[in-house]
Design a protein around this ligand. Structure first.
Ligand code: GDP
Length: 518
């Protein structure tokens, strides 16, 4: 069941108690996600005496018909995707909003793929049934073509027809939500140190760093020492979704806390430690580990105490191929294959959005984008090179399998290769807002933002950095070529002198064994 997933399944001291479901609303833009969340929220506020001040903190819990439900209030499913790419399972149930006058649209398909990849139950809300031109039957039909078949059409996906705007049949939706939650038997231990996920973090000039935390197990208390990524937090002020101060937060509730020194990253997991020392030690250890390995595959199979997980993004020609590929791995019961994590498996070409998903994985987490009988869009290939994400495309399933196994066994390593792009001469130095700017003339080739540069003085290498920005006259440009003058801001090197030479390189990630096996 859904309650057994992830770390909720680990052993704990206390007894697991039932907890409210955490629900994400997904769907195509303008299909009514925000309206649905707003209407549900208003109903809940109207029903409770507390009412009054409400603020948006990334997630909120409503109590409707005596049942609590926590909604993740993030626009679209980008955050959902980013979190899952970090290994965080945020959601128990996905509500897919599809406008009845529009039917299945591109982001509807993406949402379906993401919900499936996360293996969370889907409930479809066919929205805008009040509208002229609404055609719920056509919507069901188009969903069934995506393999999303209504339970009353012989499938297993509950569908409800609603109007988020006119508040029609939201009771029906809530009923299904509660039923689905009940069947998932969602449980968490209450009496334990808290752990969960960072949903959002912002910086407030007076309060400092504000982070919204979703507690997934245990109870978060004021004064606790929490660690998210490499950031330590002494929980100082905790506010709930109504803006009120609270001293405790139980499983499936979100709170906004102050006390983080640096902003944690959305999608990071957090956990509470007994003492400040313990928390600091964990954060320090992570910091050391992170500063070790370069991007890509280097470090895979290293002697790190933790077993490395390999995150996979799989794109195929058809739904059936996904099953075939996954089946191949499930056949092998060897423990090393347990370290595979399917971040996404969906039909379609490899696109920029897959690379995006891959590059949201934290350092130290190995990730690979696999294609099977599909295409790689040219922009995806370029983006992958820039970000150091590995794409491997196959036509033969055994080759895919062998490559993934090689990656798991640490045989597939990826190295940086520098490809020279051009050179420039530093003619003057300026003070910019973010440090020194090298006023330069491009002597040869082309310079692009993000390229690596090496600084030379009288033929001796002085240091290196990355092109942070290029300014030509008053404008910021992405690239600049031969014969032009510009201001270069280099991240990592500022100690310029007139007459220095700058050599510019494109960084390519190459794998000795990486030949597209097409
Ligand atoms: P989102 O992009 O999915 O968050 O969509 P919004 O909630 O912002 O809704 C987009 C537009 O559709 C807005 O103008 C809403 O007022 C409208 N809308 C949302 N739900 C309904 C509905 O049930 N019926 C009608 N007629 N309009 C709706």
């Amino acid at each position: 069941t859904a309650g057994d997933r992830g770390f909720l399944a680990e052993e704990h001291k206390g007894e697991a108690e039932s907890r409210p479901p955490v629900v994400t609303v997904m769907g195509h833009v303008d299909h009514g996600k925000t309206t649905l969340l707003d209407t549900l929220r208003k109903r809940s506020v109207a029903a409770s005496e507390a009412g009054g001040i409400t603020q948006r903190i990334g997630a909120y819990t409503v109590e409707l018909d005596g049942q609590k439900i926590t909604f993740i209030d993030t626009p679209g499913h980008e955050a959902f995707t980013a979190m899952r790419a970090r290994g965080a399972q945020v959601t128990d149930i996905a509500v897919l909003v599809v406008a009845a006058d529009d039917g299945v649209m591109p982001q509807t398909r993406e949402a379906i793929a993401h919900a499936r990849a996360a293996e969370v139950p889907i409930i479809v809300a066919i929205n805008k049934i009040d509208k002229d031109g609404a055609d719920p039957q056509m919507t069901r039909q188009s969903l069934s073509e995506e393999g999303v078949l209504a339970d009353d059409w012989g499938g297993d996906i509950p569908m409800v027809e609603v109007s988020a705007k006119q508040n029609i049949n939201l009771d029906g939706l809530l009923e299904i939500l509660n039923l689905t939650a009940e069947m998932s038997e969602l449980k968490a231990v209450r009496e334990d140190d808290a752990a969960g996920i960072v949903l959002e973090s912002t910086f407030d000039t007076t309060k400092g760093c504000l982070a919204t935390l979703l507690v997934q197990r245990g109870t978060l208390k004021k004064g606790d020492w929490a660690v998210a990524g490499c950031n330590v937090c002494r929980v100082r002020l905790m506010q709930n979704d109504a803006g009120g101060e609270v001293l405790e937060a139980s499983p499936s509730t979100a709170v906004q806390v102050t006390g983080f020194q640096d902003a944690p990253t959305a999608g990071d997991q957090f956990e509470v430690y007994k003492t400040a020392q313990e928390a600091r030690a964990v954060a320090d250890k992570r910091e050391r580990e992170m500063s070790r390995g370069p991007v890509g595959f280097a470090g895979l199979g290293s002697d790190s105490e933790q077993t490395m997980k390999l995150a996979l993004i799989l794109k195929t020609d058809a739904q059936g191929s996904i099953a075939a590929v996954k089946h191949m791995f499930s056949e092998v019961k060897d423990s090393k294959y347990v370290n595979l994590r399917w971040v996404l498996a969906a039909p379609g070409p490899i696109t920029d959005s897959d690379i995006e998903l891959a590059s949201t994985c934290p350092q130290g987490q190995k990730v690979m984008v696999l294609g099977f009988n599909t295409n790689v869009s040219p922009t995806a290939e370029r983006t992958a090179k820039e970000r150091g994400v590995m794409i491997q495309n196959f036509n033969v399933i055994y080759e895919l399998f062998d490559t993934v196994v090689a990656a798991l066994e640490g045989e597939l390593t990826q190295e940086e290769k520098l490809v020279e792009k051009g050179s420039a001469l530093v003619k003057a130095i300026f003070k910019g807002r973010d440090g020194a700017v090298a006023g330069s003339e491009i002597i040869e080739g082309m310079f692009t933002v993000g390229n690596r540069v090496h600084a030379f003085r009288n033929g001796r290498k002085m240091g290196e950095g990355t092109i942070g920005s290029i300014r030509r006259f008053k404008e910021q440009v992405k690239e600049i070529d031969e014969g032009n003058e510009c201001g270069l801001s280099i991240t990592g090197f500022e100690d310029w002198q007139e007459g220095d030479e700058i050599r510019c390189f494109e960084v390519k990630m190459v794998s000795p064994e990486l030949v597209s096996k097409k």
